[in-house]
Write a protein that binds this ligand. Sequence first.
Ligand code: DOR
Ligand code: ZN
Length: 343
Amino acid sequence: MKQITIRKPDDFHVHLRDGYLLAETVAASARCFGRVLVMPNLQPPILNAVQAKLYKERIQTANPCNHNFKPLMTLYLTDSTTIQQLDEAKISGVVACKLYPAGATTNSQEAVNHIGQLYPLFEHMQKIGLLLLVHGEVTESQVDIFDRESVFIEKYLQSIVSNFPKLKIVFEHITTRDAVQFVLDSPETIAATITVQHLQYNRNDLFMGGLKPHNYCLPILKRSVHQQALRDAVSTGTSKFFLGTDSAPHEKHRKESSCGCAGCYSAWSAIEIYAQIFEELGCLDKFERFASENGAHFYGLPLNEETITLIKQPWQIPSMISLATGQELVPFMAGETIQWKLS
Ligand code: DOR
Ligand code: ZN
């Protein structure tokens, strides 16, 4: 196949950041995505409707083009989030709340320490129709980093799912065979996003030939059997799995450091790499559903009317992105040649 045209896709998990970075991140996502679900883990985090509204305005101001590009906003749950904050968020158009176990990832220190104590909030979200987005990893230091997702399922997620049968839950950026199976075995109210890095790579790609800080993200890359389970999951075309890049820029010096930040900045090439993977898997016919339909259906949103076209034309991902403000970002798969290009 030489080219493929699909309904315009949505990215249901992205970190656009704030301030000087918005010009960069919004341009990268708006080039191909219709809607993006914006993660709230800023410093300070997005805790209420007013903050979400102001953040949305800053994103819209940064949009460089006339594309129909729509940010969908989320709230960051903490131990002190209130029912009133949920109500105000829902009224203002916020679509979901993100549950980060405190300390699980970037800017999650102020998030949730006692998941069980959030049950009244989950009850209310279920009632008013706010989705729950879950970073599904336990944070106990004695739990091996490669097991944190599967332990989270047993310790927390099973119970949340069974206690709130009408709450729509997105298990974000799943990385294991256990998570794939859990989502498939769960009711229709549970779905999952899958990133491009977890389809493309496994944990060897963190260490082969030397430490690769730009492949470090959370949840961390897993064994190849888990990567294969994710690839199998998308190739079946099941409606429970959809696109969420988790594109998450950190400045080069913060990645290449003695204590490097977690996150892959994939926005400039994610849609192209997903296409390449679907082609490798022999299931390009399932690509549009994964990228442009399953997520919209799950969120209860209309499908985008526009289309995008990808052409089979090898190109090299730049080794570096230098911002006008002087900062440097290393994109995901920097310097690698990939086969599909956005036309
Ligand atoms: O790798 C990650 N980076 N995982 C997350 O959960 C957060 C993200 C970020 O914000 O940098
Ligand atoms: Zn994320």
